[in-house]
Design a protein around this ligand. Sequence first.
Ligand code: SAM
Length: 192
Amino acid sequence: MSFWNPTAAEPPSEDVVDVANRYSPRHVLDVGCGTGRNLVPFDRPGTQLVGVDRDPEAVDAATSRFARSSADSVQMHCVDLRTFVPDHEFDLVLCYGVLHFLSRDDRGNAYQRFRSWVTEEGLVSVVMFNSLVPIPEDLRDLMPDPATDSSELLEAFADFRIINYSSYVYCDEHENGIRHTHSIDRLLAQRV
Ligand SMILES: C[S@@+](CC[C@H](N)C(=O)[O-])C[C@H]1O[C@@H](n2cnc3c(N)ncnc32)[C@H](O)[C@@H]1O
């Protein structure tokens, strides 16, 4: 895989679990789904799940994960989010840990695409790094053009209703012992 990916054993993000408990989205899209951990909380009857990722190994892992799904349908597509064309709208668009890999222009297009893919009253949930804390040196080639601060994300969804928003600094440690400090934005917004 060309990007670090949470392993198949990694649990879903807590805020995704919260969204699954509070809302009942029928059509759910996870953009840059990796191995699919954040679709798991929506794996229940009545839902249609779509994951897209450009990494074929991740898509294979996500496909295997949902081989015995409870959802009405599951589709995993190996495609770049910059060219993906969905054939319907979604009640929830997730994008976790992906947009900081894109250039500023591509990120701007991605925000517009997410906005156009979500139904009226649908939700968009985005988590991404910004460079308020400089991107760690060993990750700079992967993230050459991150948002400088939270304003880019907030402005992209300024006319949505902000349900949850947080921006904070945290440290993580990878399996190989490398430690990173990141500045991260988390946004849950609703189209009104
Ligand atoms: C850090 S992983 C996060 C995976 C997943 N969202 C999660 O939270 O478990 C980033 C994922 O974004 C995918 N990705 C990066 N750029 C992409 C692009 N332009 N189009 C589609 N997927 C992309 C990578 O292949 C990788 O699976």
